[in-house]
Design a protein around this ligand. Sequence first.
Ligand SMILES: Nc1ncnc2c1ncn2[C@@H]1O[C@H](COP(=O)(O)OP(=O)(O)OP(=O)(O)O)[C@@H](O)[C@H]1O
Length: 237
Amino acid sequence: MPAAPLDVENLSAGYGPTRIIEGVSFSVKAGDRLAVLGRNGMGKTTLLATLMGLTARHGGEIRMGEEDVTTKRTSKRADLGIGYVPQTRDIFASLTVEENLRAGLKGRPVSALEEAYAMFPRLRERRGNYGKQLSGGEQQMLTMARTLLGKPSILLLDEPLEGLAPVICDELMALLAKLASTNEVTIVLVEQQIERALDFANNVLVMERGRLSWSGLPETLHADRALVDRLVGVGIH
Ligand SMILES: Nc1ncnc2c1ncn2[C@@H]1O[C@H](COP(=O)(O)OP(=O)(O)OP(=O)(O)O)[C@@H](O)[C@H]1O
């Protein structure tokens, strides 16, 4: 059996000596769509940042396929195929859209920019605008497009829908579903819009105070509002 694209074992990490996540273990299969849910401040962002090597690891292991990346630098993890779209919309404000996208090419030919423009036609219209002139939604699209140009095999997304209009959310989720189904991209999605996350995912983890408090199928949560209330603190309708 091929190794899982992402395998996390007993991971603990935080900021300096402050421990935020504790004893987290999970595995994702190729093409999985994993939703990571939880109330505010429960450690979801810290988990993704730790997978990218951006926090202080206190213990545990992270493997990507056959590679043990536990102590590898962030850039090495990116080279091995992890793409990370942080909550902070990581764009260069004083570069144009096109220049931002070129920064994501990772040695691919400039013609590959067409892939990004095909996925996000709005970015083509805005190709000459500076990052700082974009709306929040456009900045989110730019971050995602730049990450996707690097052809990640695992995509970590931290609340990509935050602040976006419902119609843009629909488009983005449709795009992610398409990516997961056709490109064999494994997606780990942290999202506060529970309903959308459950519609998208084929597996769910719930975090509570830095630990995994529940894991299972989205259907189970869909069918049990009381459980969702208890785990995530919001009702779904
Ligand atoms: N850079 C940091 N330094 C110290 N503590 C931090 C830092 N970033 C986050 N924390 C703390 O880590 C805990 C978990 O935060 P984290 O952002 O991982 O949670 P989250 O589940 O993603 O929350 P949200 O849904 O609100 O984004 C919080 O108590 C937060 O205050």
